[in-house]
Design a protein around this ligand. Sequence first.
Ligand SMILES: [Fe+2]
Length: 383
Amino acid sequence: MSFSYYLPTKIVFGFGALQSLRDEAGQLNATKALLVTDKVMVKTGVVEKVTKAMGDAAVDVFDEVEAEPRIEVAQSVGEQVRRGSYGLVVGVGGGSSMDMAKVAAGLATNPGPARAFVGNNLLSKPPLSSIMVPTTAGTGAELTVTSMVTLDGHKRWINSPLLLPKAAIVDPELTMTMPRGVTAATGLDALCHNAEAYISTLASPITDSIALEGVRLVSSNLERAFDDGTDRKARESMSLGALLGGISLQAKMVYGHSIGYTIATRFRLPHGVSCGIPLPYIISGCAATCAPKMSRLADAFGVGVEGQEAAELGGAIGKRVIELLKHLGVPTSMKELGVKEEDLPVLARECLDMYPRPNSPLAFDQRSMEGLYRTMWEGQLPA
Ligand SMILES: [Fe+2]
């Protein structure tokens, strides 16, 4: 066995954690910060709350982050951060705001247009310090080396370990007012991060332990948080499950996320919904290949009985995820979503060509990927 694991980000977790922002910023000697967020966070008063928590530091706000931000937004936040003499970038919001904050920190010290950094390890200079304050429970962007940008209508990534923030302040209080749809979508994203990381061939004993606990927390609390947003225990568990998903992500995602990308832009789906739809089929489809690991995964999902074969356990997990999707009002098949049967080969080709996963436990070619899409289209778990 061999693996490496690297996480230099300080994590401050718990109700009231936001109050530590001043100290964390102070330790970075930042007297002026750029807060990167979206207009909803301004409107709902979150930005004001975060600004207050910054204490005496001067704060400018960039609030033009959009969902699935285009490269132009990255360029724009980069220009703002380069104009001011900032010592710190603070990302406040969901994955898009945090991703743009990480990009801003990188562009502050690395000259060139934002699109020049799309790819792997293209930043050469250490970025400005950054602190992330998630307000959803799902993306894990506060702990990842990656920032997603939309380039020419497709999802692309700026990846660099240099993007890892100095601190992540995860305060479940900030998620209490999250609307039901956002709770569902981001919660599904957290479930996918933990579950896909667990079956990735890059998984390690560290990511496995974290991913299993992440699956357990999300699987047993997402419906509760969705049904009653004021359930503090459920919200806290979801924030923790999402945080663990951010760490699990080090094992990288498998084809659930890739398939999600192929349908997200066509049907304007939130990221977590697009990944949640394929999840039951991916897990049950890969169960036999991941046989030694399935019993612990089934336990984390709260399903399965002793002595069941891997394929049966995979089927039981698949059924549990479908039950969860139905509870959240999310389509459980591509047919229900509105995908046309004749488009399946095109989607399968796009999935393999644009979003390949060498770390998938099961290798796919065009024929087998088309088969998987057909299964998902029909909504039939593998027997
Ligand atoms: Fe994701």
